[in-house]
Ligand binder design. Structure first.
Ligand SMILES: Cc1cc2nc3c(=O)[nH]c(=O)nc-3n(C[C@H](O)[C@H](O)[C@H](O)COP(=O)(O)OP(=O)(O)OC[C@H]3O[C@@H](n4cnc5c(N)ncnc54)[C@H](O)[C@@H]3O)c2cc1C
Ligand SMILES: NC(=O)c1ccc[n+]([C@@H]2O[C@H](COP(=O)([O-])OP(=O)(O)OC[C@H]3O[C@@H](n4cnc5c(N)ncnc54)[C@H](OP(=O)(O)O)[C@@H]3O)[C@@H](O)[C@H]2O)c1
Length: 533
């Protein structure tokens, strides 16, 4: 006997605040979903679907590299390469995850270090995958050849591509945390004046920061170099080694090319053997105590190659992306960023993030930096200004939502806005507090729920606040609200997703797999959007 479908009113009550169009959409959505679920036979009488869309089950930044590769097992080579990427589609590499993989598989792109979110593990995995299948790679790539970004950039106006940046001037870099806070976040304000560059809420800014001048001078003195020596980089650019170290090289990564070069120049046999082992990624060699380029030179004191060869062996510096935290309606000619300053300790040495510290302390007021607008890939305000939105943005995740709120306030959008914000302490880490509380007072924010994780004995996170407000959240979703998440990809986004699925299941009377499919549909229709990193 066929399974009975649950009555639709259980999911779409007559009292629910829907317009006729929303009710029709929801009725259709649930009817289709539940019919398919109730009877496998039902799908047999449904006319054959048009050509099946390719799915990318690994395309989820909350999955680990191993999980992603497992999900891509058995797929064409370029899809395996895609699974090794960071899955953010952030555009930092100049492509999307899929097209970067296709460009590598097709031979148009040789730089395997462009995926900043994936970092070293992605670069290493790409190398291993290519080494395993070099010939198949070229034959199997069935997709049309993908253009290298430099070629694409030629047709793009300046300011919208990593290869055609414009110069922006630093107007302000002001702390968003109290001086006593455990972390540092800066509101960075840049001027685009005269560049004619425009952005929309949801877009990010790509930034070409430069390395620390002191660190570069230290490397030059260790190598007994003047700095004026010339070097030609892989991209064909010829410049002085000082310029290259400042603006073109990634000094935070000791890669195998550097290890190989140093092993060839090491005067000490033990060092040469260890360096050769590190180049071959022999786990026995042990990388202990070596995190960046400076560490390698300090650790292997007998290895001093010619400076130009040293510079040419370093991976290229990549741009950093920051979610834009302003609306151009409110701040014409300006772009605001919320930058968390990265600083950490390893092996009893302190390391500072390149771009975040560049903004926090090295870039002087009035000085200029090359930047470009990275258009959002499926992250932005609803086209209809009357559609309600729910925004979940702990920490710097609040950045794009400040832009959303500024835009909606300035345009008088009638749609309701609900913000979930979280950070360590209310007193020290409530980023943009005055502005956000002002929005609440003025009614721009219909709801504000905060989760200060370290103000009490147990942790309270944004997802706890979501669960406390499950019925209301479900009412908003049922009324057609868009749901947005921004911030940490690895833990927060996965936990918020799980909380949302639980709320949908509990409030919508669905089992776990139906709730998961509900969220998948929500994402597909553009109503569940994430900008996570
Ligand atoms: C789409 C997108 C939007 C983003 N938006 C924002 C934003 O709005 N605000 C924001 O602050 N950031 C944002 N980021 C992150 C930002 O791009 C940079 O990655 C971040 O600022 C760090 O850059 P950095 O150059 O300062 O640090 P880097 O020099 O790149 O150093 C960071 C790297 O150091 C290493 N590292 C860090 N901590 C440790 C540790 N404890 N132990 C060992 N290694 C460690 C890791 O490899 C890490 O990737 C976004 C990223 C993306 C992809
Ligand atoms: N991939 C990246 O480059 C990346 C991404 C995000 C953050 N960061 C780094 O983290 C530092 C600060 O970042 P940030 O200011 O944006 O804030 P954040 O570290 O993301 O923290 C914001 C708030 O989220 C809480 N939180 C921690 N785990 C969570 C989880 N699983 N679910 C929900 N909330 C959770 C934190 O609580 P507790 O801290 O009390 O647990 C804190 O209250 C910076 O150094 C930044 O660069 C890096």
């Amino acid at each position: 006997m066929g399974q009975m479908m649950p009555p639709l009113p259980a999911l779409v009550p007559q009292t629910a605040p829907f317009s006729p169009a929303q009710r029709a959409w929801l009725d259709g959505f649930f009817a289709g979903m539940l019919a398919a679920e109730a009877s496998p036979a039902a799908s047999a009488i449904v006319p054959a679907a048009p050509a099946q869309e390719e799915d990318f089950p690994w395309h989820d930044p909350t999955l680990s590299l191993d999980e992603r590769l497992q999900l891509a097992a058995g797929r064409p080579f370029e899809r395996t390469l895609m699974a090794a990427m960071g899955q953010l589609d952030c555009g930092q590499c100049g492509y999307l995850c899929k097209t970067y993989a296709e460009a590598i598989a097709g031979g148009a792109e040789r730089d395997l270090t462009r995926c900043v979110p994936g970092g070293k593990p992605t670069a290493k995995k790409l190398k291993v995958l290519l080494a395993e299948k070099p010939v198949v790679a070229l034959v199997q790539a069935k997709t049309p050849p993908v253009q290298a970004p430099a070629a694409k950039a030629e047709g793009t106006p300046a300011g919208y591509d990593r290869d055609r940046p414009v110069l922006a001037r630093l107007l302000r870099s002001e702390p968003l945390n109290a001086a006593s806070a455990e972390k540092q976040t800066q509101n960075v304000v840049l001027s685009f004046a005269g560049a004619g560059v425009e952005y929309a809420p949801g877009d990010s800014l790509g930034v070409w920061a430069s390395n620390y001048g002191e660190e570069v001078e230290l490397l030059l003195s260790i190598l007994r170099a003047k700095g004026s020596e010339r070097v030609t980089l892989a991209a064909g650019e010829e410049l002085s080694v000082r310029e290259a170290l400042l603006r073109r090289c990634n000094l935070r990564e000791a890669g195998e090319d550097l290890y190989r070069l140093l092993s060839q120049h090491a005067k000490d046999d033990i060092e040469a053997t260890r360096l050769a082992g590190l180049a071959a990624e022999d786990p026995e060699s042990g990388e202990a105590g070596v995190h960046d380029v400076f560490d390698v030179l300090v650790k292997f004191r007998s290895a001093r190659p010619p400076v130009a060869q040293f510079v040419a062996s370093l991976p290229p510096l990549q741009p950093r992306l920051y979610s834009i935290a302003s609306s151009q309606r409110c701040h014409p000619g300006e772009v605001h960023l919320s930058v968390a300053v990265v600083s950490y300790e390893l092996h009893r040495r302190g390391y500072l993030g390149v771009a975040s510290n560049f903004f926090a302390e090295r870039l002087r007021l009035g000085r200029r930096v090359p930047v470009y607008v990275q258009r959002a890939h499926g992250f932005g305000l609803p086209v209809d200004p009357a559609v309600p939105i729910i925004m979940v943005g702990p920490g710097t995740g609040v950045a794009p939502f400040r832009a959303f709120l500024q835009e909606r306030a300035a345009s008088g959008a009638p749609g309701k806005n609900w913000l979930f914000f979280g950070n360590q302490h209310r007193d020290t880490d409530f980023l943009y507090r005055g502005e956000i509380e002002g929005y609440l007072k003025r009614g721009v924010l219909a709801r504000l729920d905060t989760a200060f994780s370290r103000d009490q004995a147990g942790k309270i996170y944004v997802q706890h606040r979501m669960r406390e407000n499950a019925a209301e959240l479900w009412r908003w979703l049922s009324a057609g609200a868009h749901f947005y998440v921004c911030g940490d990809a690895k833990k927060m986004a996965a936990d918020v997703d799980a909380a949302l699925a639980g709320i949908v299941a509990g409030q919508g009377g669905m089992d776990a797999s139906t709730a998961k499919r509900y969220l998948a549909e929500l994402a597909k229709s553009g109503r569940y959007q994430r900008d996570v990193y």
